[in-house]
Design a protein around this ligand. Structure first.
Ligand SMILES: O=C[C@H](O)COP(=O)(O)O
Length: 258
């Protein structure tokens, strides 16, 4: 089994006080998590707090977006180098909310992916279909398009330097979770598609599930053979709930080892 990763995506939530309290809560109880990797992805202004408060802990952190250029006249953008300057390990790329509200295209996302790996920042590449696309039977075509854009620009080996997150748009923040079978089906499709280019990369790359993952459904999702953890939105804003999902990662490892 690949090591599970449970990453929180705080989205546009928080304040200095909220972030400090949440991190203290996560730090206080994360010692019991043995086999699962923990990470949190914060809004840019709070990265300095993560650098300060997570120093000396195994908890990794990152941002939720990055520019596809390194520096220069790009008002409002934040570069990979800047994220590295604050000790970031991860960056979320191509989240559906950025595709939807910021008109990010597959080409832009592929370039962001390239910038991240060129600077040894680990991208978490999000792919996923909308409800209409699922109802029209286009799920596989959509996630394939999202994945292929990154492979075409960066080569398949680049996927081994990142993480993929399957996030069905209809399950994000809606309380509607994909069933373990629905999620596994898409995860297996993605892995098979990668295997057509490289079996070693397909075996190695972690594919997270995201979309209303909570403590009460995490275990059965992470127990699926091609689901390697979660990208958690709402439930990552409560330390207890987030840690309970991390514990589900540990429980999945334990159950698989038996
Ligand atoms: O990046 C995280 C996903 O968008 C999932 O969000 P959610 O757990 O609030 O549904």
């Amino acid at each position: 089994m690949r090591q599970p990763l449970v990453a929180g995506n705080w989205k546009m939530n928080g304040s200095k006080a909220f972030v400090a309290e949440l991190l203290m809560g996560i730090k206080a109880s994360s010692g019991g998590i043995q086999a699962t990797e923990l990470a949190v992805c914060a809004p840019f202004p709070y990265l300095y707090l993560l650098e300060e408060l997570l120093a000396g802990t195994p908890i990794r952190y990152g941002a939720q977006d990055v520019a596809f250029e390194n520096d220069g006249a790009f008002t409002g953008q934040v570069s990979v180098k800047m994220l590295k300057d604050f000790g970031c390990h991860y960056v979320i790329i191509g989240h559906s909310e950025r595709r939807q509200f910021n008109a990010e295209t597959d080409a832009m996302i592929a370039r962001k992916y390239a910038q991240a790996i060129a600077n040894e920042l680990t991208p978490i590449l999000c792919v996923g279909e909308s409800l209409t696309e699922r109802q029209q039977g286009q799920t596989e075509a959509i996630v394939a398009r999202h994945l292929d854009a990154v492979i075409e620009l960066n080569g398949v080996d680049a996927l081994a330097k990142g993480v993929i997150a399957y996030e069905p748009v209809w399950a994000i923040g809606t309380g509607l979770t994909a069933t373990p079978e629905q999620a596994q089906e898409v995860h297996a499709f993605l892995r098979t598609r990668i295997a057509a280019h490289s079996q070693p990369v397909a075996s190695q790359v972690r594919i997270l599930y995201g979309g209303s993952m909570k403590s009460n459904n995490a275990l059965e999702l992470i127990m699926q053979p091609d689901i390697d953890g979660g990208l958690i939105g709402g439930a990552s804003l409560k330390a207890d709930e987030f840690l309970a999902i991390c514990q589900a990662g540990d429980a999945a490892v334990k159950a698989t080892a038996v």
